[in-house]
Design a protein around this ligand. Structure first.
Ligand SMILES: [Cu+2]
Length: 151
């Protein structure tokens, strides 16, 4: 009896393990952070490096989080010394490559943030890919030195 139960638990463990493998997109999110918001502000930019460990391009279509109204993917552009930003419909992480979302190029724009976030807080973000995959990652809030620049 004891023995049977032991096997059952082992079998369950294996099942959980294979589900985890199936859900793995081969995408790694490195050095992710959300720039701390000045008081009263409902928007904040987030930066990260996306690393694709597969032999196929990974297209990210959407990102979302419980406490945030919406998350847009933005690219920053500089024209005549003015910094502007443009909403992107998707971003591509090339096969066996990486994509840096960093100040001056691209970022995530978190909008309608439901609460004041400060250093030490973190939020969970879910990303959705074009082939129907999804993956969660954690976005810790950090204070950065250039607080006057939004991008
Ligand atoms: Cu933006």
């Amino acid at each position: 009896m004891q023995r049977t139960l032991g096997f059952r638990i082992a079998g369950f463990g294996m099942l959980m393990f294979s589900l985890t493998v199936l859900a793995d997109l081969g995408l790694k999110v490195e050095n992710a952070y959300l720039r701390a918001m000045p008081p009263g502000q409902e928007m904040a930019a987030a930066y990260m490096t996306l690393v694709n460990n597969t032999d196929e391009d990974i297209i990210i279509l959407r990102m979302g989080s419980d406490i945030v109204g919406r998350i847009e993917i933005h690219s920053s552009t500089e024209r005549n010394g003015m910094i502007g930003m443009r909403k992107l419909q998707q971003i591509k992480v090339p096969a066996f490559g990486r994509l840096n979302l960093e100040p001056g190029s691209s970022h995530l724009m978190l909008m309608e943030i439901g609460k004041q976030l400060g250093p030490g807080d973190e939020i969970r973000v879910t990303l959705n890919t074009a082939n129907g995959g999804s993956q969660d990652f954690v976005l810790p809030v950090k204070r950065t030195t250039d607080m006057n620049h939004h991008h």
